[in-house]
Design a protein around this ligand. Structure first.
Ligand code: CA
Length: 219
C-alpha cells in the first residue's frame, strides 16, 4: 500500500514517514501544497495524509482540486487544534477523516488503516482468505493459526492482494502500489516475490492469470 504524506514541518513529516514505513506502507513525501497536489494527481495512492496549513497551496485547495479531478483516494487531514473551521472546510472539500495536532502517531496509523480498509470494503482489521489471515493492526500473517515470517516486501504484496481479494491485479498495479517513485520498477521482481510468497503460504491461493496478473482466491 502506498501512502502520500504532505506536511511542511520536516520533523513531523519524518516521524510520519517512519511510522508509516514501520507499519508496512510505502511512503512518498511532499513539503508544500503544489508538490503534494502534483504527486496526488499523477501517482496512485491508497491513502493520503494531508496537512491543512501548507506553503504555496493550502491543504484545503489541494484537496478540492484532487476531488474536482476525480482523484478519489482516501484523505486524512491534519488540522491545528484551535482551527475548528479547518475541519469543516476539509470535510466539505472531501476529506475522509481528520486528526487534530498535536496527535499521537498511533492515532494517525489507526485512521490510515481504517481508511484503506473501508476503501477496499472491509469492516474488520483482520483480513481472511480461507486459512490465511492477515491482521492489519499487528502486520501478522498466519495460515491455519501458524504464524508466517514474511519480509516487508512479501507482506506488502500479500496485504495488497488480500485487500483486493477475488479481483485480478495486474503487475503494473502492484508495482505502482508497492514501490516508491525511485524504485527500479522491474516487473520480474514481482514475479520473484509472488513465487516466494506462494512457497511460504504453502497453499495454492495466488493464481496467475496469464497476460493479466494475479488473483488471490480461496475455493
Ligand atoms: Ca503546516
Amino acid at each position: 500500500m502506498r501512502v502520500l504524506v504532505v506536511e511542511d514541518d520536516g520533523h513531523l513529516r519524518g516521524q510520519l514517514r517512519e511510522a508509516l514505513q514501520g507499519a508496512g506502507y510505502v511512503v512518498d513525501e511532499a513539503a508544500d501544497g503544489e508538490e503534494g497536489h502534483f504527486l496526488g494527481e499523477t501517482e496512485p495512492y491508497d491513502a493520503v495524509v494531508l496537512d491543512v496549513g501548507l506553503p504555496v497551496m493550502d491543504g484545503i485547495s489541494v484537496l478540492e482540486r484532487w476531488r474536482r479531478e476525480q482523484r478519489n483516494m482516501p484523505v486524512l487531514i491534519l488540522t491545528a487544534r484551535d482551527r475548528w473551521s479547518d475541519k469543516v472546510a476539509g470535510i466539505d472539500a472531501g476529506a475522509d477523516d481528520y486528526v487534530t495536532k498535536p496527535f499521537h502517531i498511533e492515532e494517525v496509523l489507526a485512521r490510515v488503516r481504517a481508511l484503506i480498509r473501508r476503501a477496499a470494503g472491509h469492516a474488520s482489521s483482520e483480513l481472511e482468505c480461507g486459512p490465511l489471515r492477515l491482521d492489519t493492526r499487528t502486520a501478522r500473517v498466519s495460515v491455519d493459526g501458524t504464524p508466517l515470517k514474511l519480509t516487508s516486501h512479501e507482506y506488502r504484496l500479500l496485504d495488497y492482494l488480500m485487500h483486493h481479494q477475488d479481483s485480478v491485479v495486474s503487475r503494473s498495479e502492484l508495482i505502482e502500489h508497492l514501490y516508491d517513485q525511485d524504485f527500479d520498477r522491474d516487473s520480474n521482481t514481482i514475479e520473484v516475490f509472488v513465487g516466494r510468497l506462494r512457497k511460504k503460504i504453502g497453499l495454492d491461493l495466488i493464481e496467475t492469470i496469464r497476460g493479466q496478473g494475479y488473483r488471490l482466491r480461496h475455493g
